[in-house]
Design a protein around this ligand. Sequence first.
Ligand SMILES: [Zn+2]
Length: 113
Amino acid sequence: MFCMIEFLSQYQTIIHYSFHFLVPGLLSFVLFKKIWKSAWFVMITTMFVDLDHLFANPIFDPERCSIGFHFLHTPYAVIVYFLLLFIPNKWIKIIGVGLVFHMFTDYVDCLLM
Ligand SMILES: [Zn+2]
């Protein structure tokens, strides 16, 4: 029987990095049309949230779900990222969108493991 999760798991790496780098470009174009290139750049820089992996041992484990494991990937951190969406400053909002989408991407990765 066809299983969507199993099917998507084969493309996990492509999906993961497309979501981290290409989809933010699309989001920037849709949400921040006038400044989409700058917004895309800022969203890409939110990848620095993955620096919390440096505190884990091993630093990278393909079998580990980041969400709830690394301190900048905890549910409390995600709540803070979500609240950034409501701050009336477009750059903070862009950072918020980048971080919330980053967490979504990592969560999708956990589902595909
Ligand atoms: Zn991450």
